[in-house]
Design a protein around this ligand. Structure first.
Ligand SMILES: Nc1ncnc2c1ncn2[C@@H]1O[C@H](COP(=O)(O)O)[C@@H](O)[C@H]1OP(=O)(O)O
Ligand SMILES: [Mg+2]
Length: 399
């Protein structure tokens, strides 16, 4: 059961549905029970922070920026259609597929001599059905138009089959050995459909460790969103965060090449802190975050925004804390946190599960973690962990 625009929807099996907008296809659900993962008992071999991933980072930035361009184009058209009021299906846009195909193509083109493994959210199964031909052609056109807008790819044209293959290269299981790209082609689909925040989140795992991340947030303002829910002030919008292990986190406008180093907030007093959480109550238990914030002495109301844009905003000090407590039974996927995690940690922050353990990205497509995810700076983490523990105990004893 899912809820969109206040409507609860049961989705039994994926079907291609024809909606008013040419940019919409149904949302396909991943079943954690049928999807594979490759749990591993092998201890992680630390990756040396002196190892250079410069080439890979340049490719990741290029791929994420081009995908952001594709998503912006689709979002503009979506917002002009009346998709928001439709209640029959939970839609995913052609941008999810287009973004995944584009990132896959760009990475392979930019890094031709490296073995390619991609762990990503979408697969082409439904697009290969006869009734999806028109949708597939639209996705292919979107990808080609976006490539044509970049001079280095102006002569590249993908066929529908190339697009399907590029999407399907995201089927890797990842794991603790070798290098794997990790991609959420549109993180925060609900925010994307509402015209709010979303992100294209791309990271690289090496021997199970996140070594770089590029996080494109096309609707995130350059100015701070601390204290602002979703619709902040005017000004320049569209940020790209990127981090390379051992070298810090940087932010630039999506349409610029001049980057600034960013740092998480240095706040030590929780009373001065503000905290981020999911906009969607279905994604994170708001009551629990509110109890944690109260115990900590946080005075400001929660800042609710979609997607890993929260990690980006935190990495530049817009807020001090991010609390994420999905409802029972939800399994976190690695692509929902890998890029955000390195963006925050390289900016001096700490990302752990609710018990204080670092996130382990080496176990396959899913994170295997305790209860929730919390993010803050080094100074606030001990008191945050205590407040989380106390609130979880209270919650358990009230059941
Ligand atoms: N039931 C759920 N509980 C928690 N997270 C979910 C759930 N359904 C989808 N998500 C994922 O949560 C992330 C958004 O988090 P947030 O609520 O912080 O914006 C997205 O990755 C979204 O998937 P998707 O990438 O398909 O949008
Ligand atoms: Mg996601």
């Amino acid at each position: 059961m899912i809820s969109i625009n206040g409507l609860s929807l049961s989705v039994v099996k994926p079907k291609i549905a024809f909606t008013k907008s040419p940019y919409l296809v149904p949302l396909f659900f991943h079943n954690p029970k049928t999807s594979s993962s490759s749990p591993s008992q092998v201890a992680l071999r630390p990756v040396s922070s002196s190892m250079s991933y410069d080439k890979e980072l340049a490719a990741a930035k290029k791929a994420a920026s081009l995908s952001a361009r594709l998503c912006q184009k689709v979002q503009k058209v979506l917002l002009q259609s009346d998709v928001q009021s439709k209640s029959d299906k939970s839609p995913v846009t052609v941008a999810d597929y287009g973004s995944q195909a584009l990132v896959s193509f760009v990475l392979q083109r930019e890094l031709p001599s490296e073995p390619f493994s991609l762990v990503a959210e979408e697969d082409s199964g439904d697009l290969r059905k006869d009734e999806a031909q028109e949708t597939l052609e639209r996705i292919t056109k979107l990808v080609n138009d976006t490539l044509a807008s970049d001079e280095s790819y102006a002569t590249s044209t993908l066929s529908t089959e190339d697009v399907l293959r590029a999407i399907d290269s995201g089927k890797s299981d990842g794991g603790s050995h070798g290098r794997h790209w990790v991609l959420d082609p549109i993180d925060g689909t609900k925010g994307f459909l509402r015209g709010d925040q979303y992100a294209i989140a791309l990271a690289l795992l090496d021997e199970g460790q996140v070594v770089l991340g590029a996080l494109a947030c096309p609707n995130l303002p350059l100015a701070s969103i601390g204290g602002v829910n979703q619709h902040p002030s005017q000004g320049e919008v569209g940020c790209l965060f990127f981090a390379n292990i051992g070298t810090g986190t940087y932010m630039q406008l999506l349409n610029s090449s001049s980057a600034t180093k960013v740092q998480v907030t240095a706040i030590e007093n929780p009373e001065e802190a503000s905290f981020f959480e999911s906009y969607e109550a279905a994604h994170s238990i708001h009551d629990l975050s509110s109890s944690i914030a109260k115990k900590l002495g946080v005075k400001a109301p929660p800042v609710r925004i979609d997607s890993q844009a929260k990690y980006g905003a935190l990495s530049r000090g817009d807020g001090a804390i991010y609390l994420r407590f999905p409802h029972k039974g939800y399994r976190e996927k690695i692509w929902d946190h890998a890029a955000g995690c390195i963006v925050v940690t390289e900016a001096g922050g700490v990302v752990t599960d609710a018990a204080g353990n670092p996130l382990d990205f080496s176990k396959g497509r899913y994170l295997d973690l305790d209860t929730g995810i919390i993010v803050t700076n080094q100074k606030l983490m001990p008191s945050l962990l205590k407040a989380v523990r106390d609130s979880l105990e209270e919650k358990a004893s009230s059941l």
